[in-house]
Design a protein. Structure first.
Length: 454
């Protein structure tokens, strides 16, 4: 008869530190009964949660390296299983030798994100916290790192759980009305349900707003600088970057290829792309650069079209082509540069929905207007320390939850059964954030994007 007892988890191993040379390197192992695994490596059974100096040995007993051995018996460990960490000297050869020794002892090479996936499957982290691990590693700004750490600590999940708990309480009242109609529990007519639902909607709208801000911290905006040659695109890039990243000359057509620079404004990464000037040309290399400009425009979130304040009508010269080829949903801002040559003050002008910023890139005048406009387009407003570093799937789940709540509000006057079903679907949508309703294929995609060793 086949045993129904669960199989012990297969041991997995990986180098947990970044590739290359360093003072310290770490090999991590997770699985079952790793005390004996550690004995085979070091000749001793390690004491739990004590940093122990040890010599790591190969199968013949010859020393590979010496360093610190850490042993965390499950379930009180990161993965919920037994975990050992071998902290040795950080040379790539030594690390590879230690890893190969672990594999020889029966462990297999961990897949990307498998340690964190096991932590999730063993209930040590929910899905939003697990994603916080990857977000903290990948954070490109201090604000993004702080937000990721809050997600890892569970603040995002706690807010989602509070909203779900409120939905559950409301569902219980609805079910009571449906199951015991003879008790005359008419809480909907008494006005008890709709105020509760409105409060839930307000909480969810606030969470979605802060999640949108956090999504900006993750990915930022692609800002493409376009315009005729020698209009000041490279000067504006240099001013925004705070250093000379692009060559600036009086010769038209100096920029032949797209030049990228990432800057931060209020913690938001802005990917500024300086492009070749748009004009008719017979130069084969310049034509290639101009075609690349159009490709960058296709991928843009924002287009800053630079024109010269001293060239009458210059703003209109490329407008027709630009407007014809601009992707839908991409905002265009006209930046009128070189105002220092016509003695004009920096200002923002809204002409029927078309924003014009009057600046001098060379003199640095009006740059605050450019920064403020980019923040406006991004929809940024200061939230302090409560921004949620959201992923697109989080935003989709929050939007779906709001849509279901709106449907519940509409169904309340029609049928209690429909009202209850929409509440259930709202709860299910929010449960996808923490992993309570996640499909296996979604989990595979999420954890495959982690680095090996996490």
């Amino acid at each position: 008869m086949q045993s129904l007892a669960p199989r012990p988890p297969e041991a997995i191993a990986a180098i947990a530190t970044a590739p290359g040379r360093g003072g310290i390197g770490v090999v991590r192992v997770s699985g079952a009964a790793l005390a004996e695994f550690a004995r085979a490596l070091t000749g001793r059974v390690p004491e739990p949660r004590v940093a122990t100096f040890a010599r790591f040995r190969d199968g013949s007993g010859q020393a590979i390296d010496e360093g610190i051995l850490l042993y965390f018996p499950g379930p009180a460990s990161f993965t919920g299983e037994d975990v050992i960490e071998l902290q040795g000297h950080g040379g790539p050869v030594v690390m590879q030798m230690l890893l190969e020794r672990c594999l020889a002892l029966g462990a297999r090479l961990a897949e990307p994100g498998e340690f964190t996936k096991r932590a999730f499957l063993n209930g040590k982290l929910d899905l939003a916290q697990a994603e916080g691990v990857a977000d903290l590693i990948e954070a490109s700004t201090a604000a993004a790192a702080r937000s990721a750490l809050r997600s890892l600590a569970g603040s995002f999940s706690e807010e989602v759980h509070r909203i779900c708990d409120a939905l559950i309480d409301l569902r219980m009242l609805v079910e009571a009305t449906l199951d015991f109609p003879e008790e005359d529990v008419e809480f909907l007519e008494a006005g008890r349900a709709m105020p509760r639902l409105a409060a839930i909607r307000q909480q969810l709208e606030s969470l979605l707003d802060r999640a949108r801000q956090g999504a900006l911290l993750r990915s930022g905006l692609n800002v493409v600088l376009v315009g005729r040659p020698n209009v000041g695109k490279s000067s504006l890039l240099n001013q925004l970057a705070g250093e000379e990243r692009a060559i600036v000359t009086d010769i038209a057509g100096t920029t032949r290829d797209a030049l990228r620079e990432t800057i931060q404004i209020e913690g938001i990464p802005l990917h500024i792309i300086d492009t070749a000037g748009l004009r008719e040309t017979t130069d084969a290399v310049e034509r290639i650069g101009i075609e690349r400009t159009w490709r960058e425009i296709d991928r843009a979130d924002v287009v800053l079209q630079l024109v010269s304040a001293v060239e009458s009508g210059a703003a209109d010269e490329i407008d027709a082509d630009l407007m014809a080829r601009m992707p839908s949903g991409v905002e265009r801002v006209v930046v009128v540069n070189k105002i220092d040559l016509c003695d004009r003050a920096p200002e923002r002008v809204d002409e029927g929905g078309q924003v014009r910023l009057y600046v001098s890139a060379r003199a640095g005048a009006g740059l605050d207007l450019v920064r403020a406009e980019l923040l406006r387009i991004a929809g940024w407003h200061a939230h302090g320390e409560d921004v949620i570093l959201a992923r697109e799937r989080h935003l989709a789940a929050l939007r779906e939850g709001l849509a279901r709540i709106a449907a519940a509000e509409a169904a309340a006057a029609v049928a209690l059964e429909l009202f209850a079903e929409e509440l259930r679907l709202a709860q299910e949508a929010l449960g996808e954030i923490t992993g309570e309703f996640s499909a296996d294929d979604l989990l595979g995609v999420i954890f495959s994007r982690f680095c090996i060793g996490k």
